[in-house]
Design a protein around this ligand. Structure first.
Ligand code: FAD
Ligand code: NAD
Length: 476
């Protein structure tokens, strides 16, 4: 039987279907709380989208390609002369794959360590307390559980007019393993995936053109920041076409021609050619073959499983989390939901604070954000104060040589409570944590402004932006 370290009994307190960040983290927490737990994963490796074909391989390539770009363009300014910098793409890919296999292996270790029974097969709900597992060899087994958590995540959303062929028209998965650098990469969708993977191939030498339907990049983030990000990426050589709707594709042996409607030109039909097209127009929740319909578990019209504030479906002991349910499609959001479900079952209390979910685009500089954007505050009629500060005036950013970007702090006009923090800058992904903690504690811009920030560090930009809320930035 294809099960690893499964307990002899097939009855559990908690069964998790899907071993992505939401599923495996929730399983660990449940086990810590003394619940007899099983996890069912259809793929050979654990870790889900994030570890196998998402967060981790993309960040490995972003870091490697950033080193390559620095060696080519920035080392000289530090007084380091290097010649003959050459890309060894197979070695870069091998490094990425090793990081992925180390981490997916690490999750398997954590399952064993926490005595979580691992079934390698596809799970399907038979009833609110029964799951059928179909193993790779076709054999089936029925497991019983008091509680079940659906954590089956998401998959790429194919654009019907530009179907994937896996070679010239690709999804993020293939874009993480291209055998050579494209000459001209066309990226459909100026969202997170388009910009991150577009950056990887731009740095490795491709011409990159992003075709975006909206009038700006990553349209759910603060527009002042995304506009500024656009100009920094344009300086790096990324090209953008906005208000274009990609409507069709024609592939030949060496090229792909995309057809698009140019909304700035009366929807005129136009063409553009590249040798590889990355379609990154969003992901859809994945619940194929999960047995939801048979149990009357409701989905919205985009396929997201409907849950209440405790992440319960219409069956109170069947929970759903992560990319499968409405909300941000982010690994850390899935993790917190998995933990909240385990704690709700194990202790009666489990909660996720959706006000403080950070979002990060791992370009260089990075764009990180928590809380409301200025557009959202204006739309809601919230009176707010804004303070901002540029990395160009920060000593450490100058020392590092990355001065593009800024921090913006938004605070309530009367109470000074933090409402949103937005960072475009080096290592914004790490810097945003300070703002998340401050907001989690209901902190104010004054709290950020009065807290020590070591000198010289990038974090001083956060403090100066917080001081600027009250018009008392000291370094500008
Ligand atoms: P998933 O990670 O999708 O895991 C679901 C698991 O369930 C999969 O392993 C699947 O095989 C399994 N499964 C599905 N159906 C069944 C079944 N019936 N039986 C058994 N197993 C089943 N997010 C971030 O926060 N930061 C990032 O930097 C980031 N980068 C990304 C880069 C890319 C290229 C992509 C594509 C995504 C990225 N994301 C990132 C998003 C992140 O990967 C997802 O939000 C996260 O993985 C969702 O976690 P999950 O547990 O809900 O689902
Ligand atoms: P996205 O929703 O972020 O961006 C898709 C973009 O495609 C949108 O800007 C949309 O306007 C555009 N678009 C849609 N149809 C189009 C068309 N026909 N022509 C031109 N443009 C079109 O989706 P994504 O970038 O595919 O990412 C999917 C999910 O994965 C996101 O929800 C994201 O949260 C997650 N993700 C997160 C990270 C991260 O946290 N760093 C990284 C990668 C992916």
């Amino acid at each position: 039987m294809a099960k690893d370290n499964a307990a002899p009994s097939e009855t559990f307190d908690f069964i998790v279907i899907g071993a992505g960040p939401g599923g495996y983290t929730g399983a660990i927490r449940a086990s810590q709380l003394g619940l007899k737990t099983a996890i069912i994963e259809k793929d050979k490796t654990l870790g889900g989208t994030c570890l196998n074909v998402g967060c981790i391989p993309s960040k490995a390539l972003l870091d490697s390609s950033e080193h390559f770009a620095m060696a080519n363009h920035d080392f000289k300014t530090h007084g380091i002369d290097v010649s003959g910098v050459k890309l060894n793409l197979p070695a870069m890919m091998a490094r990425k794959s090793k990081i992925v296999s180390d981490l997916t292996g690490g999750v398997a270790f954590l399952m064993k360590k926490n005595k979580i029974a691992h079934y390698n097969g596809k799970g399907k709900l038979l009833s609110p307390t029964q799951v059928e597992v179909t193993m790779a060899d076709g054999s089936k087994q029925v497991l019983e559980a008091k509680n079940i958590m659906l954590a089956t995540g998401s998959v790429v959303n194919e654009l019907p007019s530009v179907p994937y062929d896996g070679k010239r028209i690709i999804s993020s998965t293939e874009a993480l393993s291209l055998p050579e650098v494209p000459k001209h990469l066309l990226v459909v969708g100026g969202g997170v995936i388009g910009l991150e993977l577009g950056s990887v191939w731009l740095r490795l030498g491709a011409k990159v053109t992003v075709l975006e339907y909206a009038d700006r990049l990553v349209s759910n983030m603060d527009s002042q920041m995304t506009k500024r990000m656009e100009s920094v990426l344009a300086k790096q050589g990324m090209e953008f076409m906005f208000q274009v709707k990609v409507t069709g594709s024609k592939s030949s042996k060496y090229a792909v021609q995309l057809t698009y409607e140019d909304m700035k030109d009366n929807n005129a039909a136009k063409q553009i050619e590249g040798d590889v097209v990355l379609v990154a127009t969003g992901r859809r929740p994945y619940s194929d073959g999960l047995g939801l319909e048979e149990l009357g578990i409701e989905k919205d019209k985009r396929g997201f499983v409907m849950v209440n504030e405790h992440l319960q479906t219409k069956h109170p002991n069947v929970f759903a989390i992560g990319d499968l349910v409405p909300g941000w499609m982010l690994a850390h959001k899935a993790e917190e939901e998995g933990v909240a479900v385990a704690e709700f079952i194990g202790t009666g209390v489990g909660h996720v604070n959706y006000e403080t979910v950070p979002g990060v685009v791992y370009t260089w500089p990075e764009l990180a954000s928590v809380g409301a954007t200025e557009e959202e505050l204006k739309a809601k009629g919230v009176a707010y104060k804004a303070g901002s500060f540029n990395f160009a005036a920060n000593a450490r950013a100058k020392a590092i040589g990355t001065t593009d970007g800024m921090v913006k702090v938004l605070a309530d006009a009367s109470t000074d409570r933090l409402l949103g923090v937005h960072i475009l800058g080096p290592r914004a992904s790490d810097m945003i944590a300070e703002a998340v903690v401050a907001m989690e504690f209901g902190g104010s811009s004054e709290d950020l402004a009065r807290s020590f920030h070591a000198h010289p560090t990038l974090s001083e930009v956060m403090r100066e932006a917080a001081l600027a809320v009250d018009k008392r930035a000291r370094q500008s």
